[in-house]
Write a protein that binds this ligand. Structure first.
Ligand SMILES: [Fe+2]
Length: 148
């Protein structure tokens, strides 16, 4: 089966939780692609809903981790763009009963490749540096706790 979007190892952000969420997102999109190809109308409706639901969960999860990230607004904006694109696809589907797999494939490949490989990676590098910095502090923190 021809995949709508494919996972590539360079998409890894170096965290198991996020990599598996991204893989799940890609998996839902690929199932959607399969159902569009098969023209399974009931399944398309169901998967569009799951995709939107999962997107809200995943973006929320990331945005919570990036609390304090200097480029958080730009990152959130990208999430909003994706979500709005998918909402438009759903509305189009509901009003016309049509969804263009080629448009979907083009947009999603472009967005996901750029977003995961560049935007998310950058944000997770920031988070990793922050966590490393915080891990260097417990000694002095526990020292001051002991002193209390
Ligand atoms: Fe993201």
């Amino acid at each position: 089966m021809f995949e709508t979007v494919s996972w590539r190892d360079e998409m890894s952000v170096g965290r198991e939780d996020i990599d598996s969420q991204h893989k799940r997102l890609l998996n839902i999109i690929n199932r959607l692609g399969e159902e569009i190809t098969a023209n399974e109308r009931y399944e398309i409706e169901k998967i569009l809903n799951s995709l939107l639901k999962y997107t809200v969960y995943h973006f929320g999860y990331e945005e919570e981790l990036f609390d304090g990230y200097p480029r958080t607004n730009a990152h959130k904006q990208e999430h909003t763009d994706f979500f709005e694109f998918m909402i438009k696809q759903q509305e189009l589907w509901q009003s016309t009963g049509e969804i263009k797999l080629e448009d979907l494939r083009r947009y999603l490949n472009c967005w996901l490749n750029h977003h995961i490989s560049v935007i998310d990676k950058e944000a997770f590098e920031w988070l990793e540096a922050l966590e490393a910095e915080q891990n260097e502090m417990p000694d002095s923190a526990s020292e001051s706790k002991k002193a209390l």
